[in-house]
Design a binder for this molecule. Sequence first.
Ligand code: 26V
Length: 819
Amino acid sequence: LFGLMDGFLKNDPLSLQTDILDHVEYTVARSRFSFDDFEAYQALSHSVRDRLIERWHETQQYFKRKDPKRLYFLSLEFLMGRSLSNSVINLGIRDHYADALKQLGFDFEVLAEQEGDAALGNGGLARLSACQMDSLATLDFPAWGYGLRYQYGSFRQVILDGFQHEQPDYWLNFGNPWEIERVHVSYPVKFYGTVEEDILNGQKYKIWVPGEMVEAVAYDNPIPGYGTRNTINLRLWAAKPSGQDDMESYNTGDYINAIVNRQKAETISCVLYPDDRSYQGKELRLKQHYFFVSASLQDIIRRFKEEHNNFETLPDKVALQLTDTHPSLAIAEVMRVFVDEEHLSWNRAWDIVCKIFSFTTHTIQPEALEKIPVDLLGSLLPRHLQIIYDINCNFMEELKKKIGLDYSRLSRMSIIEEEGPVKNIRMANLSVICSHTVNGVSRIHLELLKTKVFKDFYELWPQKFQYKTNGVTQRRWIVVSNPNLCALISKWLGTEAWIRNVDLLMGLREYAADADFQQEWKLVRRLNKIRLAEYIEAMSGVKVSIDAMFDVQIKRIHEYKRQLLNLIGIIHRYDCIKNMEKSDRRKVVPRVCIIGGKAAPGYEIAKKIIKLCHAVAEKINNDPGVGDLLKLVFIPDYNVSVAELVVPGSDLSQHISTAGYEASGTGNMKFLMNGCLLLATADGSTVEIIEEIGEENMFIFGAKVHEVPTLRDKGSARKPSLQFARIVRMIREGYFGFKDYFGSLCDAVEGNGDFYLLEHDFESYLEAQASADKAFVDQKRWTQMSILSTAGSGKFSTDRTIAEYAESTWGIEPCKCPF
Ligand code: 26V
C-alpha cells in the first residue's frame, strides 16, 4: 500500500501516452483507437488536470500545516483565457507532452487550439486579476482567489454588415476540464427579509430573517506557479437552488411551479454584466455581488475557525483584497457576521475590520464609481443597510471632531449620497473608509486619486494612499504566446531564469545593435507576422503584405481610448495617398491597420465606431489605387487568445487615451514585452514605460494630464485643425456611406462636443505617426528600438506588482511547498 501512496504521476513519454489514452477511453468515453482532435484535447487536458490536482493537494496541505497569513483576492472578474498551454508550461512538461503526442500522431499546438477561452470578465481589471493569480502562484504566496462562475462569460462579438451583434458565450457547453466541482463545499446565501431583535444574556442582538435563500457551490480552478510545485486555488461560486427555502409551496401542492421557481436561483451566477462604464442600480448585479461576498466570507471564516478560536488574531492570518469596489459589501458582511452571529461588540468587530481590508481602484472617472440606491440595498440586504448607516454615522462623528462643521466636505465624504433624485450608497467611500490601504494602479493614477477623486480622504489619511503600478505575466505574454521569442531571449541571455526573474531581460540591451541578434530577432518577428496575416485573411478575407508595418489598436472600445482618433488618422493617410502624385507613392510606408475590441452592448457611440471602422475599411481595401500601401482590418471577437496571436505579430501598437483617463493600461505592457513599439499618450502606466525605455524609443504625443482641464475649458476657443475638420466632414457627409448614422459620432468630436480632445491632439498624433514611418524605414534602428522595448519591460511584470503588494499592503510571505 505504501508503494501506491508515494508515487507522483510520471512524465516519461510512455506514462503520458498511457494516461492520455486512458482518459480517451474512461473519461471521454471514446475508443482509444479512434478519436478526433477535440477528444484528444479533452483527454490531454484531463491528464494535465491530474498533475495539477496532485500539486494542488500538496500545496493546500502544506499551507494548512504552516498556517501562514493568507491573502484572499476577491474579484468579480477573471479573464483567464485558455489553460492548457499555460498549465503545461508552468508545470515544466510542455515538451514532454508534445513528444508523447507526436508519437500518437497528434500535434500539441493543434490540440491547444481546440480550447475555448474562459472569458469571465470584461477588460483590463479582469485580465489583471488573471495575471496576478499567475504571479501569486509563481512567487509561492499563500493566496486564494475568489470569483463568480458565470455560465455566460463575455458575449461573443459577431459582425454583420459592419455592425456589432452580441451572442451568448455558453463556454461550459463542452465541459470544462480545468475546474473541480466541490459539491460538498457549499454555503447558503440569504437575501431580502427583515431585521428583528433578540435578547441573549441580557444583550440585544439583531437577527436577519431572510426572505430567500440560495446555495453557493464551489468550483476550484488550480493555478500552477512556474518553476515551483506551488499550485494555488481560484474558487469560483455557482448559484444553485437552496435545500432550505420555499418549503411552503411544496405543501400547497403546486409542485411543478415550486421547482421552476427554485431553479431561478441559478440566474444569480448566470451572466457577466458586459458594460464596464457605469452602474445602473440593477438588482441582479447587486445580488451577484452579495452572493459572491457572502459565500467567500463563509469559506474564509470557516477556514480560519478550523485553526483559531480568537478573532483578534484574524488580521495576522487573513488579508482581504478588494478588486475595485465590486466586492466591497464584504466590509458590511464581516461586521454583520462578527456582531450578529459571533456576538463580538461593535467596537471589537470594527477594530478587526479596519485591519484586514485593502482596496485597489481601477478607474478614474468619478461617474464610473459604484453607487447603490439605498432603497435597493434596503430591500435586498436590510441588515447591511443598517450596518452601513452605522459605519457612516460613526465616521461622520469622528470626522466632525477633526474638521469641524464643514458641511459640504462632510457631505462629500459621507457614504450616503443625499443629493439627487434617489439616495445612494457610495461604495468607493465605504471602501476607502474601511480599508487600511487604498491603492492606485499607476503613479499618475494615484496622483489623480489624491488630488481629485479622493482628495478629501487623502487630506484626512495621507498614509493610506499608495500605488502599485500594474503588470502582466511574462509567462502568458511571452513564454506561452511567443515561444520563438522566448527561445531567442533565453539563447542570448544564456539562461531561462528571466521567466521567473524578469529584470534579467535588461541583459538584452547589450545586444540591441548586434547584427546577428538583430537578424534573429527580425526573423522571429516576421514569423509571428506571417501567422497573424494568415489569421487576418481567414477572418476578414483581406490579404495583407508582411512587409507592411502592422499597426494595432486592440482593447475595449471606449470614447476615452479614442479609437476614433486612430480612424480619423487612417482616413487622413488614405486621403494623402489619394492626393499624391503616383511617383511619390513609392515613399509611403505601407501599413496594415488593425483594430479590435468589444463595445458594451448598450454603448451607442462605441458601436458606431465599430461600424465606421468597417465602412472605412470597405472603401480603402477596395481602392485599387491604394493597394498594399494601406489596409484596414477589424479583428472580431477580441479576447485573450486573439491577443496572444496579435500581440507578438505587431510592429506598432496604439495606446492613445486622452491623458488622465486611463488608470493604468496593461495592453501596452504586453506589446512592450514582445518588442512592439508604442505610439502613445503620456497617460497611465505609459508615463512609467517612458521612464524605463526612454522617449526616444517610443512615439509619444498629445496633451499632458495637467493640460487637459484647461484645454477643455477653452472649448471652441482651442486652435482648430483644418485637416481634422475636413475628415470629420467627410464622415458626416457620407463619404463612407451611412450618412445619417455617423452624425452623432461626428458631434462627439466637433467643437465644444470634443470632450476627449481628439481635434487638439490630432496634429501631434500625425507627427508621431510620421516619426513611426521614418523609424520603420530604417530597419536597423527599428529593430534596436524593438529590442530595447523588450529589454526595458521588466518593471511591468505582475511579479513586481505582487511582490510590492505582498510587502507593503498585504503583509504576506512566500510559503514554498518542498519537493
Ligand atoms: C465597472 C463596471 C461598471 C458597471 C458594471 C460592470 C463593470 C465591470 C467592471 C468595471 C470596472 C472596469 C474597470 C477596469 O477594467 N479598469 C481598468 O483596470 C485596468 C487594471 O487596473 C487598468 O489597466 C485600466 O486602465 C482600467 O481602465
